[in-house]
Every structure is written in C-alpha cells, then in structure tokens.
Write a protein that binds this ligand. Structure first.
Ligand code: NAD
Ligand code: IPM
Ligand code: MN
Length: 353
C-alpha cells in the first residue's frame, strides 16, 4: 500500500532538513522498502506573506482527507513576530486533526553526545507522551485594560477527563508493551484544579494496569531527576506546556535539538511528524543544520505506517553515521546538512535487502 505523505518544510532550517528527510524517503522508495508518495506544500512564512494564507479550510481538508501523514519541518520567522502563521499551521493541524499524542522518543545513541558525566554507564532511552490538544495551549483568554496600569492578561488552561484519559492510557499501553515505568509529571501542588484531575485519572488508570510500575511526580523535581538519573525513566506522560519544556531539556541529554524527533498522532486516523526543534533562524542558510531529527521523524512516520524494516534501517544508519563521525557542527563535526543527508540516503540504498 502506498503511504501518501504531505510535506511541509515551513520556515528557516525547516525546508533544509526536510529536503534531506525526503531524500532518505526517496531512497526507501527506490530500494523497495516501502511505497511512499510525497506531495510538497508551500505553507509557511513566505507563503503567508505573499498569499495571506496560513492554513485555509481547503488546504486543511486536503491534508486531512488525501494523505496518511504529514512530514513537517518547523515554523517561525522573524518577519512575523506575532507568530500567527506558526500557530495556525502547527497548532492548527495538531488541534484540528485531533493529534492528541505528541510522542517524543529520547535515546542516547552514542555516549559522547551527552553533556552528562554519567553518560555511557547506563542507557538513556525514554519517551515523552505529551498531551497535545488541551492544557495552556487552547489559545483562549483575554487582555483587559490594555496599555494602562490596570492591564490584566488571563490565559486559560483546559483539562478534560476524556483528554487526560486518552493520553494517560496511551502511555500505559506503551509502558505495558515496552516493560517500562510510567512517570506522571505535573504541578498539582500549585495548580490543584487542572493537575488534581490529572492525578485522579492517572491513579484510576494505574489501577487498571497492575503489572505496570507507575509514579506521580512534580515537574520541577522531575527536571532534576532527569539530569541526575535519566536512565530510570521509561515513559513520562504530561500536559502540553510541561511536555514542551521537558522535551527540550531531554533532547539536550541525548545530543541536542538536531537529534530529537517527534510524532503527533491520533492512532489509526492521522499523524504529523516533525523534529522537536524550531526554525533556527540563527543558522538558516548556512548549511549547519543537523537533519538527523527530521530524518528520524520520517522513520517514526514509516514505523507508524507499518514500514518497520525501513524505519529500523534509517535509525541504524543514523547511529552508524554518528559513530563514524559524520556530524554537523552542533554535535562537534564539520559535515553539512546536505552531506549528512547524502550519506544517509546512500546508506539506505546500499543496505541488504
Ligand atoms: P530552535 O529550536 O529553532 O533553536 C534553538 C537553538 O538550537 C538555536 O541555537 C538553533 O541554532 C539550534 N538548533 C535547532 N535545531 C537545530 C538543528 N537541526 N541543527 C543544529 N542546531 C539546531 O528554537 P528557537 O530559537 O526558540 O525558535 C526559533 C523559531 O522556531 C521561533 O519562531 C519558534 O517559535 C519556532 N519553533 C518552531 C517549532 C516547530 O515548528 N515545531 C518548534 C520550536 C520552535
Ligand atoms: C514544539 C514547539 C511548539 C510547541 C511551538 C512552536 C508552538 O515548541 O513543537 O515543541 O510549543 O508545541
Ligand atoms: Mn518546543
């Protein structure tokens, strides 16, 4: 079966790293490892500035109905300081496609990539399950008395029993399958309404999985534990904003933004795959962007579409490139974005099978 992929490079280094992911997918296709069809969309800052479109209903319907998955670069452009196109596109797709799981796997592939002294003594290999359609990201609130001394901004946060139930259940299902512990990260001490509900739902679901070890932690203490003993974590389930922050912290433990992929999914319905990092305007156009996070995101896409062999071949090729020293400057090398993409595409083509 053909995997129909909509490709949105976006802004800054987004298109640079996604081009390399597409080359690797092209190699997967050529090698007969999976049948992929890629269609490119121009959406991002340039498209918004020239056409006024962020994400129209027509484009949204096409992305939803004509594709199995979306491969996404990053959005964010200094010419649009309010970031409205980025919110419409990225948060728009996450919310409108109801992609409630933001799965962010963190794995230390080669010990020297970690800034931790303890790296190499125990494997770092965990996944963040970030709730992706609620929390403080719902975008509602208001500003009163703007520009006066009495100015007041209110940002609303939403947590529904159904919304928490489905992400926590997904985390427990994964933990049961992988044989790992589930850790809830919250802030129930300071925000008892929202996170009190998280704790109640989490406890109820934990009782349904007697064979899965679980714990409830405060996110601030968890941040310390992540740096001190990252090897003790299997799956961390958390809210939208806390998951955003924890995923950049965690990325840094395993080599930084250039190595952290992510999947935004509603299982069996749709998925959007993107690196955890942003558009990095500071290095855009220099050839310094590490395409590995984007390429590993393409592997997650293949994995979710059932092309497991192809996904594993790509993931192993990335590990091999890191061991051989084929690295961009962010991880201590001198290779360019295109050189890394070329090497990985060639490796996929050369492989057995
Ligand atoms: P960023 O992730 O773009 O960059 C942070 C730092 O990491 C920068 O120094 C950058 O050069 C470096 N970096 C990031 N990705 C890299 C890569 N692949 N290779 C090498 N170095 C890399 O975060 P930021 O600077 O806070 O945000 C820039 C813009 O991106 C903002 O507009 C922000 O809103 C947006 N953003 C978008 C997404 C997304 O689309 N998913 C995610 C995060 C940030
Ligand atoms: C991410 C990004 C986004 C988020 C921004 C660009 C809205 O930081 O995907 O991690 O906060 O979810
Ligand atoms: Mn983020």
């Amino acid at each position: 079966m053909t995997i129909r992929i909509a490709v949105i490079g976006g802004d800054g280094i987004g298109p640079e790293v996604i081009d390399q992911a597409c080359r690797v997918l092209g190699a997967v296709q050529e090698k007969g490892l999976a049948d992929v069809e890629m269609v490119h969309f121009p959406h991002g800052a340039d498209h918004y500035l020239t056409s006024g479109e962020t994400l129209s209903d027509v484009t949204f319907t096409t992305l939803r109905d004509d594709f199995d998955a979306i491969l996404f670069g990053a959005v964010g452009d200094p010419r649009i300081p309010g970031g409205e196109h980025a919110r419409d596109l990225l948060l728009g797709l996450r919310f409108r496609l109801d992609l409630f799981i933001n799965r962010r796997p963190l794995r230390l592939r080669v010990a020297d990539l970690s800034p931790l002294k303890s790296a190499g003594t125990a494997p770092i290999d965990f996944v963040i399950y970030r709730e992706n359609t609620e929390g403080l990201y719902v975008g509602t609130g208001r500003v009163e008395n703007e520009g006066t001394d009495l100015e007041l901004a209110i940002t609303e946060g939403l947590a529904s029993r159904r919304g928490i139930d489905r992400i926590v259940r997904a985390a427990f299902d994964y933990a049961e399958y992988a044989g790992v512990r589930v850790t809830l990260a919250d802030k129930a001490n300071a925000m008892p309404h929202m996170f009190g509900l998280w704790r109640r739902v989490f406890s109820e679901i934990a009782a349904e999985y007697p064979n899965v070890e679980s714990e409830m932690t405060y996110v601030d203490a968890l941040a310390m534990e992540l740096v001190r003993v990252p090897e003790r974590f299997g799956v961390i389930v958390t809210s939208n904003l806390l998951g955003d922050i924890l995923s950049d912290l965690s990325a840094e433990l395993v080599g930084g933004p250039g190595l952290a992929p992510s999947a935004n999914v509603n299982p069996g319905v749709h998925g959007l795959y993107e690196p955890v990092h942003g558009s990095a305007p500071d290095i855009s156009g220099t050839g310094r962007a590490n395409p590995m996070a984007a390429i590993l995101s393409a592997a997650l896409l293949l994995r979710d579409q059932g092309a497991l062999d192809a996904a594993v071949i790509i993931e192993d090729a990335v590990t091999e490139a890191l061991i051989e020293g084929l690295r961009t400057p962010d991880i201590g090398g001198t290779a360019t974005t295109v050189e890394v993409g070329s090497w990985l595409a060639a490796r996929v083509l050369e492989g057995e099978g």
